[in-house]
Design a protein around this ligand. Structure first.
Ligand SMILES: [Zn+2]
Length: 171
């Protein structure tokens, strides 16, 4: 009876076990196909996670940077002010102000570039920031562009600033 049952040798403990066994009854280690299936399963899960992460990244970037026409010319910077925020070492700067949509279409994502200038108009620092704001025609919104990092020059070097509307797009 026993001689009729096909057997194999366990990969781990080298005991003679049933050829159909997925797991060795003596040392409990996984055998052949089941072990390969488990490895294949792990590879599939990892590949799916990496694939999802790549897709998520693409979707997020498309959301933040929509395609389509640029209505930047319709967006006016009504006012802006430069503020200095003291930090442990030096200070950072923030520009706050007001934007107005003087066009005829609503926009959802506005990208602003803030340039910090010295008294001769020389560029000291530049920060670009996208704002997710739904701005309808003839309406205004306030904005804030922080520089985050410490600015590298003494505060009184920053004599002026300009705010440039780089893009204004619809979702
Ligand atoms: Zn074994």
């Amino acid at each position: 009876m026993e001689s009729e049952t096909p057997t194999k040798i366990c990969r781990t403990c080298f005991s003679e076990i049933d050829a159909r066994a997925g797991k060795c009854p003596k040392c409990h280690s996984l055998q052949g196909p089941l072990k390969q299936l488990l490895i294949a399963g792990i590879i599939l899960v990892v590949a799916t996670l990496i694939g999802s992460a790549i897709w998520f990244d693409i979707l997020v970037h498309r959301r933040l940077e929509p395609h389509g026409p640029n209505y930047a010319a319709n967006i006016d910077v009504v006012s802006s002010r430069l503020f200095f925020v003291p930090k442990e070492k030096g200070h950072s700067a923030s520009v706050v102000g007001q934007l107005r949509n003087s066009g005829t279409v609503a926009v959802d994502v506005i990208t602003l570039e803030v340039r910090l200038l010295d008294k001769d108009g020389g560029l000291l620092d530049s920060v670009t920031r996208s704002l997710s704001e739904h701005l309808v025609p003839n309406d205004e919104i306030s904005f804030k562009v922080p520089t985050y990092q410490n600015i590298h020059m003494p505060q009184d070097s920053y004599a002026n600033h300009v705010v440039i509307v780089r893009s204004a797009k619809q979702r």
